[in-house]
Design a protein around this ligand. Structure first.
Ligand SMILES: Cc1cc2nc3c(=O)[nH]c(=O)nc-3n(C[C@H](O)[C@H](O)[C@H](O)COP(=O)(O)OP(=O)(O)OC[C@H]3O[C@@H](n4cnc5c(N)ncnc54)[C@H](O)[C@@H]3O)c2cc1C
Length: 496
């Protein structure tokens, strides 16, 4: 591909999920360009989903070893080779990113511009090259796709400018395990990393504004995860970090005050002081749209910087489209990929496809895992909707009982006519188990019978889903398992 060429059919700014639109255009024989300053694959591959889940896998292993005695299997956790783990994860994900680089570079219909892009007029993008990757370029495209993702938000905490801190960008590949870590933020990234560091032996203190961790989830799911994480971390829920300072030992002191969060759920206790070797901020993410000089265009953003689009994901400027975290709807990789598909259909085929997030799931890989699709119970209450609810514990399914998943559950929320309105799963493999509910809901009018009627493998964990949906199903007869009153005393030697 001729790198001097500056006019393309499709230009994508951001090499995460957006780059797939460029390759789809190239597959059609169109000329496409991708602008990306860093490794291809975006946050997900090198700074987000994959490395964090690889770390969490090690946390799960350590946890299994610790719990083995409960099941009569004597085991000791001797060591966690921390640096080796992070090195191995780093090498794997960067190899994947390099492979994506090579594949794009070998695609003769796609030009990869190494640098950061910003608009200089309505349809012209200047690329500032990274490092020594050549001279700057100006390029334009018939269709321009904005896909620049998000970055960690740094909150205004007194003293922060004088203190060393980490974000998820630089906490995933530490050479050494911190002995003490303070995490500010009780959302899903904070909760996952709190569980990870706690499980591998770090003393973690976690400060979250709401009374519960992961406060956006269904209340019962948040409550279980909060209880569970209290075994891995010292929790300061209902607090917010007000001030930080570097202490004499090279560590940090955080003053946390009772929070004043919008839900009125803050703590009414006294301020506390927390000491730690390291500070990790996990206080949300902000869109990278401020890097794009959008003021040169007709693209509008809201007051937080998220791009305004219509349901087809076209921005307020004709021919400029947006997808992924900058759209601000569902900040997940699978959502960004779904949006990339919508943009491909609309840009390449003029299909007029509209986004529908009604069956968009997500999962949190704490212990236990949480997975969710559709509305939460409090959302239905706020909307004043009629609904039926059932909550079935995981140990209703024999495998749930065998695994000792005592705190897990499946909650189903359905309209009186049986339409599934939401489902919240807490327990082992929740992230996988939710999928059959997603398939049912994706049809638009999926009902509880759509999940309850198909035969479920026995004795698999999916029987927990089966029993919960069977509870609300219209069938007069039931063969769904229910082991919930069986005492789990016969697991093993009882050694803990
Ligand atoms: C710690 C962590 C864990 C996560 N875990 C999960 C998970 O388990 N499951 C899940 O679904 N999601 C998870 N996510 C979220 C997921 O990573 C994002 O939702 C997803 O990567 C968004 O894709 P995107 O294409 O919008 O943005 P990105 O993947 O961030 O890609 C945007 C790209 O644009 C580039 N860019 C920025 N500015 C410019 C510019 N001006 N010019 C050119 N390029 C630019 C960036 O370098 C980046 O590579 C996690 C995120 C984090 C941080």
């Amino acid at each position: 591909m001729d790198q001097d060429r500056d006019e393309y059919d499709t230009v994508v700014i951001g090499g995460g999920s957006g780059s797939q639109v460029a390759t789809a255009a190239a597959d059609r024989g169109l000329e496409a360009a991708v602008i990306e300053p860093g490794p291809l694959g975006g946050a997900c591959i090198t700074r987000g989903c994959v490395p964090s889940k690889a770390l969490l896998h090690r946390a799960d292993l350590a946890d299994e070893v610790r719990r083995a005695g409960e099941f009569g299997v004597a085991a000791d956790l001797k060591d966690v080779a921390y640096g080796e783990i992070t090195d191995a994860i780093h090498d794997t994900v960067y190899e994947k990113a390099a492979r994506q680089d090579r594949s794009l570079e070998e695609n003769e219909n796609v030009a990869l511009y190494r640098g950061e892009g910003h608009f200089v007029d309505e349809r012209t993008i200047a690329v500032e090259p990274t490092g020594d990757s050549g001279e700057g370029s100006e390029i334009t495209g018939d269709a321009i796709i904005l896909a620049v993702g998000s970055r960690p938000m740094v909150p205004p905490i007194d003293g922060l400018e004088d203190v060393d801190f980490r974000t998820s960008d630089d906490a995933l590949y530490l050479e050494e395990r911190p002995n003490e870590l303070a995490i500010v933020g009780g959302g899903y990234i904070g909760a996952e990393l709190g569980y990870f560091f706690g499980a591998v032996g770090t003393d973690v203190s976690m400060i979250g504004r709401s009374e519960q961790l992961i406060p956006g989830e269904d209340d019962d799911a948040s409550a279980v995860v909060t209880d569970s994480l209290a075994d891995y971390c010292e929790l300061y829920t209902g607090y917010e970090a007000a001030e930080v300072s570097q202490n004499g030992d090279g560590g940090v002191t955080i003053t946390a005050e009772p929070s004043d969060d919008d839900s009125g759920n803050g703590s009414d206790g006294d301020a506390v002081e927390i000491e730690a070797d390291d500070l990790l901020l996990a206080t949300g993410r902000r869109p990278n749209t401020d890097t794009l000089a959008l003021e040169e265009t007709d693209v509008e953003t809201d007051d937080k910087g998220y791009v305004e689009t219509d349901a087809r994901l076209e921005t307020t400027a004709e021919g400029i489209w947006a997808l992924g975290d900058i759209v601000g709807e569902q900040p997940f990789k699978h959502a960004a990929d779904y949006e990339a598909e919508i943009v491909m259909a609309n840009v390449l085929d003029g299909a007029g496809r509209e986004v529908d997030y009604g069956a968009m799931p997500h999962a949190i890989f704490t212990s236990p895992q949480v997975a969710s699709v559709g509305r939460t119970e409090s959302k239905l209450e706020d909307e004043g909707r009629d609904y039926e609810a059932t909550t079935v514990p995981f140990d209703a399914a024999p495998l749930g009982l065998i695994l000792g998943a005592d705190d897990g559950f499946v909650k189903v929320l359905a309209a009186p006519d049986g339409e599934i309105l939401g489902c919240h799963v807490v327990g082992p493999q929740a992230s996988t188990l939710i999928q059959e509910v997603v398939v049912a809901m994706d049809r638009g009018d999926g009902t509880v019978d759509d999940v309850a009627e198909p035969v479920h493998v026995h004795p698999a964990l999916s029987e927990a889903i089966y029993t919960a949906f069977d509870d609300l199903s219209s069938s007069e007869f039931s063969t769904a398992p229910d082991w919930r009153d069986v005492a789990p005393s016969g697991r093993g030697s009882g050694e803990e």
